[in-house]
Design a protein around this ligand. Sequence first.
Ligand code: ADP
Length: 169
Amino acid sequence: VLAIPAAAYMLQEQEAHAAEMEQTFIAIKPDGVQRGLISEIISRFERKGYKLVAIKILVPSKDFAQKHYHDLKERPFFDGLCDFLSSGPVIAMVWEGEGVIKYGRKLIGATDPQKSEPGTIRGDLAVVVERNIIHGSDGPETAKDEIKLWFKPEELVSYTNNAEKWIYG
Ligand code: ADP
């Protein structure tokens, strides 16, 4: 008798969390890959409780790097930045979870590693802004655009992780 309302309550809870689910685009730049930081970075997102729904390794072309960073094309460092992003393998990923866009940026830390807090990815693992090892979408619109630029829809995998009920209640 009690099982029915409890189950209904749990379903409502799960639906409420499902409505808050977001996806963000995260890339490990060539410096992070070359320095052997792939597993360290993935591990921080995974242990937090976010879900990996797409991942691949590729060397982006310069043209592709320019598309990715198009918002920065007026900045003096744009050309060097695009050269760098296209200089070697990059790990492209989509991570999913409640609030993952904003909190993912917190895990990453400030753009300039000199200003990133210890405990953040850039704070712990990088020293200068030109080699700050990781990219993360800075808002819902950018996340949508970047996921679309880097992945085909069929490359995103929809699945239930059995730990979700322990992460979200
Ligand atoms: P974020 O990557 O934190 O979203 P931005 O979008 O402002 O930061 O910049 C994109 C990337 O451009 C940074 O991650 C960094 O690699 C590079 N960058 C930003 N500012 C500078 C700078 N002043 N000089 C050189 N490279 C920079």
